[in-house]
Design a protein around this ligand. Sequence first.
Ligand SMILES: [Mg+2]
Length: 371
Amino acid sequence: MVVSYLGWEQEYFLVDSALYPLRPDLIMVDRTLIGHNAARNQQLEDHYLGSIPERVLAFMRDLEFECYKLGIPVKARHNEVAPNQFEIAPVYEAANLANDHNLLLMAMMKKVSERHGFKVLFHEKPFAGVNGSGKHCNWSIGTVSGIGLFTPGKTDTENLMFLLFVVNVLKAVYDNNALLKASVLTATNAHRLGANEAPPAIISAFLGDQLVQAFEDLLNSKDMVKLKGKTSYSLNIPQVPELLLDNTDRNRTSPFAFTGNRFEFRAVGSSANCSNAVATLNTIVADQLKVFKEAVDKRVASGTPLMQAILDETREVYRASKNICFDGNGYSDEWKAEAARRGLDCETSVPKSYDILVDPRPSPSTRGPAS
Ligand SMILES: [Mg+2]
């Protein structure tokens, strides 16, 4: 059986609870509507790179202790880029459990922050002029026996399995990019997406040089050959480094980045429940894998050996989903024009984005392979 895993990263702001009541806008809509920029904000990133303020550290420690009592495996804590912005992240867990734990954590944060004279803000964009908050979803799938399906292996067969699953994710995200965006767009998150920070409001995937090279090599690789005097085959799979370079910080502008053994979906809002995003990812990938399996079965029925059929279909799916891959600057105007040319969804209006949820037309993947 295959299960999905999730490791979320929760960003938030802290405001002194004595100052909070002075801002009716914060009280009523969770963000400031009037005022001017601070004389000094995040230009030098001194808050990001500095140490955690004592008072905040006391809150974090208290919060972590409460989390451990509830079984939430929180691990990382650090300052974020904007003044008084912070982040907390756990060790990944099975997706449903991780999501429950995130909701429990948010409730706990409200409670514990009050003990320390803070008001915690989960709004995606409480202050203009400085970064907003997100909830990166580190998502992966694996077998219950412990095999990570986005983890490169040692042998040809393991690497083919790795490439197969990655490529099917690309195809699913390509075919359903509008649906995936609708799964994370909210009125509050729209203040952050596409606002020259966090990810842009166009879904694309970032693979990193090493993986792109592996896929390009796969397109040009020779077919498998039967090993002399043996029943097994040499698959001629391109080399995939066993440990891919950690791409995490290579392209911060990508909303959906491959980061070594998982995908990091960065478009989820800090106030959101990640179940919508993860359920959408799981559904579109399961759907695409079904289409892939049917296409492989067809090739096998017409006489192609199984491994060759998988190899051929993997190449085909990569060729058909290349358009979702973009390694450049996701904030640039050139990308917006290029994304439109590639047929990616560029809608930024939240209500209009939701139209896809009631669109009766099947996504391209469910129409079956082009061949
Ligand atoms: Mg962060």
